[in-house]
Ligand binder design. Structure first.
Ligand SMILES: Cc1cc2nc3c(=O)[nH]c(=O)nc-3n(C[C@H](O)[C@H](O)[C@H](O)COP(=O)(O)OP(=O)(O)OC[C@H]3O[C@@H](n4cnc5c(N)ncnc54)[C@H](O)[C@@H]3O)c2cc1C
Length: 458
């Protein structure tokens, strides 16, 4: 009886799963395998919120496989060693896995290929799983990736997407392959109290609700901080409980300006993935160095701590930072303005902020997080690298009634209307009602001047 192995990584679903389909077609039975990667843990990348969401995803994946007559095999350790051990136990002749873009994932894939080939086992890497379009599927003339989004999006939009693949009806798993346990969500310490639920069913439920509900108004409402009118699909796209190909296909089916704007946003994800695939060092090195002499976590310690704690004295910044801590997720507009505040107004190294986001974000993702941070810091692909977002203007514009601030900053809950964005201007009893809400950490004009000096723009 022939056996193949499917190594699940960033694709924790049964619907629209090319490696699973290929493995099922190639062999009589399949080992669906997930390995808790020790190296990811050692690197400090297995943040509590993602571990908890992952627990939901693996539990759901196992249940989905059991419904189809199979089960999930779970191991813990070095991915290459564990895959080789499973291949030996099951006497498998091929392994299927999704391609991934980070430097670490690329190295792991090369190690896996060498190890399997030396055992006479073939490795099939599928590059049409984790993105709506594979990195490298469209490239500019004589270059290996697009460095600017708009021309990338033009080409991306013109490309035909592959068809969505149905979930398999049955999955036959061979006997005799040892499996560990999924660490249940309840056993993961340090999880944000408002963390959302994971799992494929949950992702599909959200997508269906989003198509019926928020999608049509996305173009008009995606920047409305208090309205919370974005899809919140990002953790499902990060863990692959939803297929980006399917998300794009179902959104396009719905049609209309909301769907178009939404699909454009999903294309940003592919854009970042193709940058990182071609320039894996962009997860830590400046993509476009501007010769910054950033302040560090150490030299700006108190300001960095105030930023992390949501106590900068700029209400919309603090609201967003508190949302991040409470939910392990933050609205895109919040991400933009908090990142600009750290990297530009406080002139702290973007890597300090990116690390903090990765410690908390349930959708924390090497390509999207690091390259969005670089975009905001002006070291990435932004064509206007020296723009600085003013947190008061951002608050007034994207939270015009102040409802988002009042939701997340209880000290300001009694302040009415848009004056909540400038509590330092309140007088007497109104100011006293704000309790120990801090004074602004920095004068915005001073921060702007320092940044402009640093970039030689005086
Ligand atoms: C500093 C900073 C850090 C970020 N870190 C991450 C991260 O670690 N992981 C992550 O998935 N996104 C990240 N983003 C992008 C974006 O903020 C989130 O994808 C989005 O807020 C998720 O919410 P949503 O699913 O409701 O998005 P929607 O607005 O509903 O968008 C739909 C999907 O499109 C994709 N998308 C939307 N905006 C972007 C974008 N700017 N770049 C890339 N993809 C996008 C996401 O997959 C998202 O789920 C970051 C943005 C900034 C400015």
């Amino acid at each position: 009886m022939s056996v193949s192995v499917v190594l699940f990584t960033c694709d924790l679903r049964l619907h629209d799963h090319p490696p699973l389909r290929a493995a099922l077609r190639a062999a009589d039975s399949v080992v669906p395998l997930f390995v808790y990667d020790r190296d990811v843990e050692r690197a400090g990348f297995a943040a509590a919120n993602r571990r908890a969401f992952l627990a939901d995803c693996l539990t759901a994946l196992d249940a989905g496989l059991r419904d189809r007559g199979g089960r999930l095999v779970v191991r813990d350790g070095d991915v290459v060693e564990e895959v080789c051990a499973v291949v030996a136990e099951a006497d498998a002749t091929e392994v299927h896995v999704s391609a991934d873009v980070s430097a670490y994932a690329q190295r792991r894939e090369r190690r896996l290929r060498r190890a399997l080939e030396s055992r006479g086992c073939a490795l099939h890497v599928h590059d049409d799983v984790a993105g709506a379009l594979a990195p490298g599927a469209v490239v500019p003339d004589a270059k290996d990736h697009f460095a600017v989004f708009t021309p990338y999006f033009r080409r991306w939009s013109a490309e035909r997407q592959r068809d969505v693949i149905a979930a398999p009806r049955s999955v036959r798993v061979p006997n005799g392959v040892r499996s560990g346990e999924v660490t249940p969500r309840g056993k993961v310490p340090g999880v944000s109290p408002g963390l959302t639920a994971g799992g494929e069913d949950e992702g599909r439920r959200l997508l269906t609700a989003w198509r019926r509900g928020g999608l049509a108004a996305y173009e008009d409402r995606h920047d409305d901080l208090a309205g919370d009118a974005t899809s919140r699909l990002s953790p499902h796209l990060h863990f692959g409980t939803l297929s980006p190909v399917e998300v794009v296909a179902r959104s396009r089916d719905a049609g209309g300006p909301g769907a178009e704007a939404f699909v454009r946003q999903v294309a940003w994800r592919d854009f970042n993935r193709q940058v990182l695939a071609a320039r894996p060092d962009a997860s830590h090195d400046d993509y476009r160095p501007r010769h910054d002499r950033w302040r560090s976590q150490r030299s700006a310690r108190e300001e960095v701590e105030a930023w992390k704690d949501g106590r900068t004295g700029y209400p919309v910044v603090d609201a967003a930072m508190r949302q991040l801590r409470h939910e392990g997720w933050m609205h895109n507009r919040g991400r933009l303005l908090t990142a600009s505040f750290l990297a530009k107004t406080l002139y702290v190294d973007w890597r300090v902020g990116a690390r903090h986001f990765l410690d908390l974000l349930v959708d924390g993702d090497m390509a999207n997080n690091q390259l969005n941070w670089q975009w905001v810091a002006g070291t990435g692909t932004d064509t206007r690298p020296n723009r600085v977002l003013n947190p008061v203007a951002q608050g007034r514009r994207y939270d015009p009634e102040g409802a988002y601030v009042r939701r997340w900053v209880p000290e300001l809950a009694e302040v009415e209307g848009r004056s909540v964005h400038e509590p330092w201007k309140l007088k007497g009893a109104a100011r006293a009602a704000c309790g120990d809400y801090p004074e602004p950490l920095i004068d915005l004009a001073d921060g702007l001047a320092r940044f402009r000096r640093a970039r030689g723009k005086e």
